[in-house]
Design a protein around this ligand. Sequence first.
Ligand code: FE2
Length: 329
Amino acid sequence: MPLVLGIESTAHTFGVGVASEKGEILANVNSVYRPVAGGIKPSEAAEHHSKVAPEVLKKALEASGVSMESIDAIAVALGPGLGPCLRVGATLARYLASLLGKPLVPVNHAVAHIEIARLSTGLRDPVVVYVAGGNTIITTFVDGRYRIFGETLDIALGNLMDTFAREVGLGFPGVPRVEEMAARGRNLVPLPYSVKGQDVSYSGLLTAALRLYKEGRHDLEDICYSLVETAYSMLVEVAERALAHTGKNEVVLTGGVARSPLLANKLAKMAEARGARFASVAPELAGDNGAMIAYTGALAYTAGVTIPIEESHVRPLWRLDEVEVLWRK
Ligand code: FE2
């Protein structure tokens, strides 16, 4: 049973996990960079990652209870993500692989969010709603790959919420802060609902919600309520269409925003109405983490996926649907 050490460093999180192909997670140690003000600055995040890397690696190995020698392969998220951040993880992974003479396994970060959600929920072949600070994707497995059935045309759902929360003084992270206010909202104020074909667009919604706030004619509670209702309903509509189109009977929610009880609730209702099962990834595996890279790396390694060190360059724009998912029949 192959054991794989996985390294995550695509954005704000530096993480190291140890997992087996059977889904045992022996370690999952993560350190998150928090910008003092504003959004993520790639060079600062990369600096954070370099600083914490030795300690995170050490803690993960200790937690796993296995020695470096008994690890079968080193997996690393080569993309998609921020170049400077990706390079920290890739450099460490290459170093460990060459030092220990272990194979290197490339992992796509988005694929890892999907695989950890399947493991965590037990859903086998779901329509996947992957929502995070930098991603909003509806995808499902068809014919050897995770095909994209819808995505954001501009900013991600997490980014929408974080930016709105920051601009109106609610702080970080955006989703729980905005949802807390939304729970006290009573009046739905019309905001742009933009589903274009199978895709969603959130930037117009952000601009309109901020304009409402600046006009000062509505309570912030009502604006948050309207923002959440509009943004989530758009996503649920696209997910429902993917479900209808593919004829699948499971829906899973994954990514950092998967910790949202409101979004989960909306998706659960939609799934129930269509006779489908719904589940969210476990909260501790929702955000970026090393365990999901280790586990997906173990699946890939078992299916024969490795990469020569000299070809293991980072891929900031690596799309989900470019990955051949050899471990699924
Ligand atoms: Fe992520």
